[in-house]
Write a protein that binds this ligand. Sequence first.
Ligand code: KG4
Ligand code: ZN
Length: 354
Amino acid sequence: MPLTVLGIESSCDDTAAAVVTDDGRVLSSVVSGQTALHADFGGVVPEIAARAHAERLDLCVEAALEQAGVTLRDLDAIAVTAGPGLIGGVMAGVMLAKGLAAGTGLPLVGVNHLAGHALTPRLTDGIGFPYLMLLVSGGHCQFLRVSGPEAFTRLGGTIDDAPGEAFDKVAKLLGLPQPGGPAVEAEAAKGDPDAVSLPRPLLDRPGCDMSFSGLKTAVLRVRDQAVAAEGGLRESLRADICASFQAAVAEVLAEKTRRALAQADVPVVAVAGGVAANRTIRAALERVASDAGARFLAPPLALCTDNAAMIAWAGIERFRLGHRDGMDLAARPRWPLDQSAAPMLGAGKRGAKA
Ligand code: KG4
Ligand code: ZN
């Protein structure tokens, strides 16, 4: 009989529950997003998020169990995101998980949200250790060498904005809708990636650290110059800016991935996070992998962005190592995967969104 585990996720603006088995089957994965609730505020409002999680978590769990065709009695453990994240939301999930564990007698396993992302290629593709993971989302950007379910070495990351955050800010600057990534990508398809000269931050420095806030400032300057000179932004220039910005992000990510792969000395590079949906960026990373003779893996998008199946899976990996948590499991706003790495200045500025 395979292990069957319920996963619960509530660390940012998605309330999620899922049922996963240890032979890699996702029996259900329910995600209830909150984009509309935060739309008027230009970012995730922690109090609104926490309240929405508290209201929706049990409904998500109920739906996940029903869709999986199981009851609480069929489960072997309950896995829950215990950090890092917006503390009110993490607490709501941890409290529900503790209640369920206490009521059923099932073991409780606290999971690091970033470990959930980082271990996803093992759920989707069954790969072994070690491998390189590039996590690129709205709040995070880091290279991890993954050598075990609890063994992560951080090779580098952003020193300021995450790439998704940069896409979102550029979209805002250019009057495009949120989330900015898909909007900028669609616009970029109509533009010329060589039309506007933009910087390639930190490419001249060794190592795998990245920076994206200067790119956004450069876009602001180009926009303001156009507005001053022409009284507005021509549609064709807007498309050119998007294409040039996207090309700059892709080039930086590709070059830093090339270095991270050389340093990590692994046969596989995998990506996770919403930015991995970008076709130009994905193609650039695929080229880097094939040049290095490495396999490139991008899990299906629904398992790349925030979800609870990855939490259930990371819980399974920890459970198999014998890890169990008690009723003293704490919700942690910060929880670096690689405890030995120096904390990154400004990383995840938009909150603990990962
Ligand atoms: O992983 P995710 O769903 O949420 C977290 O940040 O946790 O990632 C969302 C981010 C947003 O910033 C969004 O603009 C970006 O991923 N994104 C994209 C694309 N689709 C989503 N960025 C670039 N190109 C895309 N096609
Ligand atoms: Zn995440």
